[in-house]
Design a protein around this ligand. Structure first.
Ligand code: SAH
Length: 221
């Protein structure tokens, strides 16, 4: 396997900056740069080339943590606007610093819980695309993400093929929230066992959703 020297410069810098911050603020369990690059940076970039991303102008990454997939996508797509949301402020401090150090002008960082932010008209049904990785099961995640998607836009969850049943089980939730049935789309040309769950939004999300008080997680639709 090639070393870090072979990475494309902006993504190499991203890897170095995050791992440097990680020594002070824990945002990832992976500390080896090559492993970090493969599991976080390259994995995030898998969505590049897919129509849902290419056609989007305004993208949200819900539960971005240390900035994944949001930061790699923002580097790859400088003409799109990225809003990176997380409920844990210290992780966002890392994300903000790294975005500044990389000179990314297309990244906004928002400290909020999805359930509360979704009531804000500046955010609700205001995104062409909402992406999310490793945040919650598909039912819960649909309730967090679909309220932010415009009708005609998309919600894309980074999942593994082993989540196929979980994605299937979210069919009812997706429908109630205004989504078309999820398409499970394996990563192209790879045997990683990873996939995207792609949900097109076909009608407005009823005002009752997302429910407050941890309900989406405690009692998924
Ligand atoms: N997407 C990142 C981080 C995954 S960890 C990655 O793939 O590496 C899950 C993150 O989701 C955590 O940082 C957590 O704070 C955030 N999160 C969980 N529930 C949330 C909610 N309801 N609203 C906002 N952020 C949430």
């Amino acid at each position: 396997m090639n070393g870090i020297e072979s990475f494309e410069p902006a993504f190499r810098r991203l890897t170095e900056l995050i791992l440097d911050w990680n020594q002070r603020i824990n945002v990832t369990a992976i500390t080896d740069p090559v492993e970090f690059y493969n599991k976080n940076v390259l994995d995030s970039l898998e969505l590049v080339g897919h129509g849902e991303l290419e056609s989007a102008k305004r993208v949200m990454d819900l539960g971005t943590g240390g900035g994944f997939p949001g930061l790699p996508l923002a580097i790859a797509c400088p003409d799109k606007e990225f809003v990176l949301v997380d409920s844990v402020a210290k992780k966002l401090k890392v994300v903000r610093s790294v975005a500044d150090e990389l000179g990314l002008q297309n990244v906004t960082v928002i400290h909020a819980r999805a359930e509360e932010l979704a009531a804000d008209p500046e955010f609700r049904e205001n995104f062409d695309l909402v992406v999310s990785r490793a945040v919650a099961n598909m039912s819960t995640l649909s309730e967090y993400c679909l309220p932010f998607v415009k009708a005609g836009g998309n919600f894309v969850a980074y999942k593994t093929m082993s989540a196929a049943e979980e994605i299937e089980a979210a069919a009812n939730a997706v429908k109630k929230l205004g989504g078309a049935p999820a398409e499970i789309r394996p990563y192209s040309g790879s045997e990683s066992g990873h996939c995207f769950a792609v949900v097109r939004k076909i009608s407005a999300t009823p005002k009752a959703y997302p429910r407050k008080g941890g309900q989406p997680r405690k009692s998924p639709l």
